[in-house]
Design a protein around this ligand. Structure first.
Ligand SMILES: [Zn+2]
Length: 196
């Protein structure tokens, strides 16, 4: 199965341009900068560089089963299923973010075993993520939904997947079990979070 790492749920429109300066509050206008048009502040000169958000998704694998989460009705792609996932906070490394997201959404402690893929996800004009996809095994806890997840369940790798929220998740799960990906090794110090 060929790898796929760029996923587009829409074509065209960009994120709404920022209106006000984050530094001084003055209005922003377009400025040519290195061959691109960027939003810049006429008052303080601050250039507002925008980029996709860093996120993580985790294949939590137990034997021939994979852990999936059903998303709460009021969030993006609500009612559909996804891998445990979320944004990397500014003060976090991505491995810490992965441990935190899995714990918050599924109640499980995990050991991260490898880096499986990195995906660009153009989900909506205002939601563009670059997602590091990790594989992990459970080392403690019981599946318990939390945060914006309403149900957590193990699914057999051989069976049909439920209605998935993101094409990227469906692709990587299928590819993982078809190719038995091991991935790149991860930083041992951060692969396993110490749970007290
Ligand atoms: Zn400014």
């Amino acid at each position: 199965m060929e790898p796929k790492q760029v996923f587009r749920a829409y074509e065209g429109a960009e994120a709404q341009p920022a209106a006000f300066c984050l530094k001084c509050g003055a209005g922003l206008s377009d400025r040519e900068d290195g061959g691109r048009t960027r939003r810049a502040c006429a008052s303080c000169g601050f250039v507002h560089y925008t980029g996709p958000a860093a996120a993580v998704a985790v294949l939590v694998v137990g034997g021939n089963r994979i852990l999936l989460c059903r998303r709460r009705a009021d969030v993006l792609e609500g009612g559909k299923w996804c891998l445990p996932c979320g944004y990397v906070e500014y003060d976090e490394d991505y491995l810490t973010a992965a441990h935190r997201e899995v714990q918050e959404e599924t109640g499980l402690a995990v050991e991260i075993r490898g880096i499986i893929s990195v995906c660009s996800n153009f989900l909506r004009p205002d939601v563009h993520t670059v997602v590091t996809v990790l594989v992990a095994q459970p080392i403690g806890g019981e599946p318990t939904p939390g945060d914006d997840i309403e149900l957590v369940r193990w699914f057999p790798s051989a069976g049909a997947l439920p209605d998935m929220a993101f094409e990227a998740d469906r692709h990587i799960i299928t590819r993982f079990f078809a190719s038995r990906l091991e991935g790149a090794p991860v930083d041992r110090q951060h692969a396993r979070r110490n749970w007290s």
